[in-house]
Every structure is written in structure tokens, then in C-alpha cells.
Design a protein around this ligand. Structure first.
Ligand code: ZN
Length: 544
């Protein structure tokens, strides 16, 4: 079940056997193929293939891992303090605690290459685990004797006991995730993130620890380090809360969970990806959007707000918002959609993923697993008689073509493009292979934007070292810097002729556009943000 984590050491071990002439090349391949396709434990696969006996496999595992051979004390009984250890779990995983060595717990394993199992036991017992290797049969016999179950009863269980083992794994993982320290940890982490106005929580496992980092105002900062042994519990807890498969540890999983924080229901978008040292998790806090649906609250001034709203009043054509990831494009589009959301208007959104649920709007999530991409989703939405369509992002020519077709045939299309500047939207579409006259006749306007952090008003004047408002970062809150390009009149003639980006910008400025850089300069002059912050945002986050 932790096949991916183990693969290296299993593979290494097989190579080790090959180089010691224990296995032929062909046998090694057979084992590798079998462990990839079988849910059975490594040692069972090897012995079932008839390539090694249990005893010889155990011997070679000891040599490979450099662990000493010892006997299981007979008659066997669980050490004081461990009496509650579940022998069903021990049987299912062929792992049995057999003694103490200094502070470490000595555990007999049939498959000592199962790092996930060792991790679970370390967490469960809160002790280091000293690995010893025994043939599976030997471990099971001791467990059966200890549990006072006759050997004959389990000897021919075969496949059914594997299924039972699988079910037991799930139960065990659930138990760990239901333990108070794990529940408290996850709740506290979410709570403190919520209180500190964090947007994302990153849970990152390394070889010896788990690091928790928080993204606030667009910048990641390191916060806590927790013991590596907490990871299985944390991962399982989050998987349970978001309805994900707790035994799947090889594939990425996405989900959503809802927690009640200070009396408010907060949704989290959950992304879990297997990494070198265990599953890494990113939680995005999806706050109530009410706080930011207003374009002025996002930081657009009255003039810009008016212009943007005018652009979106049209009954057809396309309005584009551009910027890199994390520049607030989606929020701007959501604000527009909320403004346009009236009775008598049918609005569809196609998103990847749906970030906020909007009342009265039909939202569609693209899903690569079922080949529902932007282009295909857009085609089906067009058959649903929409007035306004929000296309989360145009990434390819096919989507661009359908979106433009929709914009030409009486629909208003709102979308985003991953470009640095407003003028860049035209050249990006041209690069995708869309013809100039189509671009000129569909795009009504482009908003380019970035988010810059605002200087903390509590410590801006006096240099307070431990300012509680900004936690010493000197920044608190963010605002947009932007440029709004209206594609009409002389500019659209210029666009039809396939003008270069610089020409487009020149003409737009001549027609009164304030560039993003000018917008930023104004904020610096007002003392709202710093030069350093603006250059960080305009240069470091450059798209190309
Ligand atoms: Zn401050």
C-alpha cells in the first residue's frame, strides 16, 4: 500500500540479491513485475513466486539491512505497557513487538522494507523501532499462540486473510487519525491559519521532520516543525475530513474539506501529492467571498471600476484579465460575475477548480480524469443557451477558438490569460494561432493586474521591531496594481494590422491608459507600499 515509498528499497534489495547471485536476472524481473501489480506484501510475493524460501529471504534481508538475528522469546507475551496492542493488526501486517532495547521497541517484521508500517508503529508507540527480521510463518505462529488460536485455523486462510489485512490497515489508519493529539493538531493548525489571515497551509515532509509553512499576503513563511512520526496521522486525518482514499499513497489526490472555525464554516481546498519523504499537502482556505466581491475593495479606483464595468456591460465579445498565478485574476472575474448576476441572465462558469460557489450561477469544473477539459466543457456549455460564460483560463488554441466563436455569436465571454501586461493578451492569442481580425473584433478590453503588499500602518512611522499587526514583516494586507486597456477606435484598427506589443501600449497610453508601473509608482508616492515590494512583484513574478 506504500508501494511507491518502498519501491526504491525493494528495488535496491532485489539488485543486492542479484549481485550476490541469489537471483537470476529473469527472477529479479519477475519479482519486480509482480510487486508492481500485486497488493500483497513484498515477502509474500517473493515466496509465492517460489524463488526463495521464507527462511532464506529473512536471512538475506538481515544481511541487507545489517540487523542481528535473534529468537522470539518463548513463551511469548507482549511487554508490560503494550498489552493493548492489537494482535489482529500484528497478524495482518506480520509485525510483532517482541522486546525493548534501551528506549527502542524491538519489532519482528516479515517485510522490514515497509517503511510506512515502521512509521505507523513509531507513531503508535511513540518510540524508535528496532527492526528484526523473521519468516512470516514464524511471526504468525507466535501471534496465533499468543492469541490462543490454533495454527490450523489460519494456515489455509490465503487470500481472505489478505483482504482482512487490508481492512485492518484501513481501520488502523482511521484509529490513528482519530487520536486526540492528531485531531487537535489539525484543528489548531487550521485555526491559527484562519486567525492570521493565511491563504495556504503547506505541510512538507522531509527525511527527519515535517515542516509547516503558511502563505500570507502572497509570501510563504516558515512556522512550525513537527515530528516526522506525526505525518501518517495528519495525512489520514485530512484525507478523512475531505473524503479521500486513506490507503492511496501513490497517487495525487484533490479534495475539499469544511471546518468550523470560530463559528464560521470554512472550506479548504485540499491537494495531496506523494513526494520523496511522504505525502505533501497544501490546504487553501476558501474564505467567504463577500469581503472582496466589490471591485473597489480589491483596490481598483473609481475610474478603473467604471471602465471595467462598462467593458462587461456588453452583450457579446470578450473581456480578459491577465496576470501570473496569484495575481488576483479570479477574484476580479468573480466580482464581475457577481455584478452581472441578475435575474434573466444565464451565467455559466468553467473552472479548474471551482474556488467559490456562487448563488444562481451554474459552475462546471474541468476534470482531466474524464477528459473534460476547457474546450470540451465550453462546447457543451454553449448548447445550454448561456448569456455570459466565464472561462477560467485560455491555455490552448482549441479553447481560444471556441471562446472567440462564442464571443462572436452573441455571448459575453470573461476569461484569463497568463500574460504580464494587458497588451500581451493580444500577442498571446496571436501566438496561439488566432487571426488578428478575430482578436480585434472580439476583445472589448483587457485588465492586467498584480497584488502588492501594503506597508503595515502600525509600524510604518515608528520602527517597532515586534509589531503584532504584521508580525515584524512590515507589511499587512494587499492591494491591486493594474492597467485597463479598452480595445476600441484607433486601437482596434491597430490590432487588426497585427501591431507589436510596444505599439499597442503606446497607442493605449495615448488614449489615456495608466500603465501598471505608473499605477504602482502612485502607490509608492503615497507611501502605501515600497519600491522593493513593487519590483518583487513586477520582476520576480514575471511570466516569461
Ligand atoms: Zn507592523
Amino acid at each position: 500500500m506504500q508501494r511507491e515509498d518502498e519501491k526504491t528499497s525493494e528495488g535496491d534489495f532485489i539488485n543486492f540479491l542479484k549481485s550476490n547471485d541469489v537471483l537470476s536476472m529473469e527472477s529479479a524481473f519477475r519479482i519486480l513485475a509482480a510487486i508492481r501489480s500485486s497488493p500483497l506484501p513484498f515477502d509474500v510475493v517473493v515466496t509465492e513466486l517460489g524463488l526463495m524460501t521464507e527462511a532464506s529471504l529473512a536471512d538475506w534481508l538481515r544481511i541487507y539491512l545489517g540487523v542481528v538475528q535473534m529468537g522470539i522469546p518463548a513463551p511469548f507475551s507482549l511487554a508490560p505497557g503494550l498489552e493493548n496492542f492489537d494482535l489482529d493488526f500484528a497478524r495482518a501486517r506480520a509485525a510483532l513487538p517482541i522486546g525493548l532495547e534501551n528506549d527502542a521497541l524491538i519489532v519482528a517484521f516479515a517485510n522490514p522494507l515497509d517503511k510506512g508500517l515502521i512509521e505507523i508503529l513509531r507513531f503508535y508507540f511513540q518510540r524508535e523501532i528496532a527492526v528484526r527480521v523473521f519468516p512470516r510463518k514464524e511471526i504468525l505462529a507466535v501471534i496465533d499462540a499468543a492469541a490462543d488460536i490454533s495454527e490450523t485455523q489460519t494456515a489455509d486462510d490465503g487470500v481472505t486473510s489478505e483482504q482482512a489485512a487490508f481492512d485492518d490497515d484501513i481501520d488502523r489508519l482511521k484509529d490513528i487519525a482519530l487520536e486526540a493529539p492528531i485531531i487537535n493538531f489539525v484543528a489548531k493548525m487550521a485555526q491559527s491559519a484562519f486567525d492570521a489571515e493565511v491563504t495556504d497551509i503547506h505541510i512538507e515532509p522531509f527525511s527527519d521532520r515535517v515542516q509547516i509553512r503558511y502563505r500570507r499576503d502572497g509570501v510563504l513563511s516558515r512556522s512550525d516543525t513537527v515530528q516526522k512520526s506525526m505525518l501518517p496521522g495528519i495525512v489520514t486525518r485530512i484525507k478523512i475530513l475531505s473524503g479521500l482514499n486513506i490507503v492511496e499513497r501513490r497517487l495525487p489526490q484533490d479534495g475539499r474539506m469544511r471546518l468550523s472555525l470560530r463559528g464560521t464554516e470554512i472550506d479548504f481546498r485540499v491537494s495531496i501529492v506523494p513526494s520523496m519523504h511522504g505525502e505533501t499537502i497544501v490546504l487553501r482556505l476558501l474564505r467567504n467571498l463577500n469581503v472582496s466581491t466589490d471591485l473597489s475593495e480589491l483596490g481598483f479606483d473609481d475610474e478603473a471600476r467604471h471602465k471595467i464595468f462598462q467593458l462587461a456591460q456588453a452583450s457579446n465579445g470578450m473581456v480578459v484579465v491577465t496576470g501570473p498565478t496569484g495575481s488576483g485574476k479570479t477574484t476580479t472575474l468573480y466580482s464581475l460575475v457577481s455584478l452581472l448576476n441578475k435575474e434573466g441572465v444565464k451565467i455559466f462558469t468553467i473552472e479548474d477548480p471551482v474556488e467559490y460557489q456562487l448563488e444562481g450561477i451554474t459552475q462546471l469544473q474541468v476534470n482531466s480524469a474524464i477528459a473534460l477539459d476547457f474546450a470540451r466543457a465550453l462546447r457543451s456549455v454553449l448548447r445550454q443557451d448561456p448569456d455570459i460564460i466565464l472561462v477560467g483560463e485560455i491555455r490552448d488554441k482549441e479553447t481560444a477558438q471556441i471562446a472567440i466563436q462564442a464571443a462572436l455569436t452573441g455571448h459575453l465571454v470573461l476569461t484569463t490569460l497568463h500574460t504580464n501586461t494587458a497588451a500581451g493578451a493580444f500577442t498571446r492569442l496571436r501566438d496561439m494561432g488566432i487571426e488578428e481580425y478575430l482578436i480585434a473584433s472580439t476583445i472589448r478590453g483587457v485588465v492586467a493586474q498584480r497584488l502588492v503588499r501594503l506597508l503595515c500602518s502600525s509600524c510604518k512611522e515608528k520602527n517597532t521591531p515586534d509589531c503584532p499587526t504584521c508580525r515584524g514583516t512590515h507589511y499587512s494586507g494587499r492591494t491591486v496594481i493594474y492597467e485597463v486597456l479598452e480595445a476600441s477606435g484607433p486601437l482596434s484598427t491597430l490590432l487588426e494590422s497585427g501591431a507589436a506589443e510596444t505599439e499597442i501600449v503606446e497607442q493605449a497610453v495615448a488614449e489615456g491608459m495608466t500603465t501598471m508601473a505608473a499605477c504602482a509608482s502612485r502607490l509608492i508616492e503615497m507611501g502605501a507600499t515600497s519600491k522593493l515590494e513593487v519590483s518583487r512583484v513586477l520582476n520576480v513574478e514575471a511570466v516569461r
